[in-house]
Design a protein around this ligand. Sequence first.
Ligand code: GDP
Ligand code: IMO
Ligand code: MG
Length: 429
Amino acid sequence: MSVCVVVGTHWGDEGKGKIVDYLSNQVEIVARAQGGNNAGHTVVVDNAKYVFHLIPSGILQPNSICLLGDGMVIDPATLLEEMDILLEKRGKESLDRLFISGRANLVMPYHKILDNLYEQLRGAKKIGTTGRGIGPCYEDKVARWGIRMADLLDKDNFARRLKPILKYKNLILERIFNHPPLSFEEIFSQYLAFADRLAAHISDTSCLIYRSLQQGKSVLIEGAQGTMLDLDHGTYPFVTSSSPVASGSLLGSGLGPISPLEVLGICKAYSTRVGEGPFPTELDNEIGQRLQEKGGEYGATTGRPRRCGWLDGVILKYAIRINQITSLAITKLDVLGGFPTINFARAYRIGEEEVDYFPFNPSLWDQCQPVYQELEGWEEDISRCRSFSQLPLTCQRYIEFIEDFTGIPVSIVSVGPSREATIMRKEIL
Ligand code: GDP
Ligand code: IMO
Ligand code: MG
């Protein structure tokens, strides 16, 4: 029995989907545990590209059971669209392996409207959310105004739940934002139609995980977002509204502090961020543009260009501590080919002082000047390398440098988007 939690080490889009797909044939269950369709996880298999927003990236492996866990917020319209794509491209068999937690919260139409109204209100101080209603949905969950998947299973119960909640939401929409109210009948019938199609998949997902572990099987939990987008530990308020860190994944899938636990940190060979907020190693120059172009750094969910910069080692160390990361997967190493030298932020300078930690005080974030360690680059295209020894020596040294700096083994190196472009250095499951 083993549990592996996959977490993003920086601001999301580290390549979690690709690595989860790669590892999924070694486990019985792959589960998402938090977030919603703010995530965009890309998997490339047999030259076909899939972008998953809600369905776990393990679904393309023929035997993995895929769960949308308790801590998620689910927009049923998006989920059904994703299910339809799967049905068309992979057949009904893949949907038979898909289960949705009855405890997961539903993203409702007013959540999306409010997400965008909040952003307008914030103006220049906007967060740069994905506009998918994620924040307002978690806000309702905490305030106990949420509607859960299981509520859809009983029509009368759903009506009883929706009526007072919609009354309250319409007060906010009309009186605060001068927005027309939403119709109960429209939402009610729309969501009942969703329920018709989803009901067969709704179940007690934490129980499925428990049973699988009791039978000695392994489970992979696919984190969404990244450590620095975590509600508690990230660059608040420029964060998402869930807990993408490893402990959030355990909570959101119904697991306790289980042992042993493998925590695989997915770290891009350079850093990126979508949306607003601090980014100490951001390169607002032609190197940043080159990383963006070569790495295809455009959001898988919103298509927004991702801000790019050198790998931030200070944040990497922070992520290792906060998540108790046990090994790393370094992705997109191929994108760094062709740079004569590569920079790696080993510390920050704040005024006269050099610090090796990410400060908790937000007023210092804009003052953090990266202190770089310069490493030799490589010219070769490494995308066809399939073993560590095939990589150019300077490229091997970059990986070994990361291991020395962090004290954590790099178990996986990814050199391209496809499943095959993966170098496994150490078994983790
Ligand atoms: P996620 O949200 O962490 O799953 O990452 P995204 O899918 O949003 O973004 C990662 C992007 O990089 C996707 O387009 C992947 O297909 C791509 N990708 C993943 N690993 C590699 C790699 O090693 N090399 C290259 N060139 N692209 C990669
Ligand atoms: P994956 O799983 C990158 C960012 C948004 C915004 C902030 C808040 O693909 O790595 P939200 O809509 O969650 O309220 O937006 O969080 N964000 C992501 N950035 N990858 C993601 O997911 C993200 N999910 C949310 O851009 O800055
Ligand atoms: Mg993504």
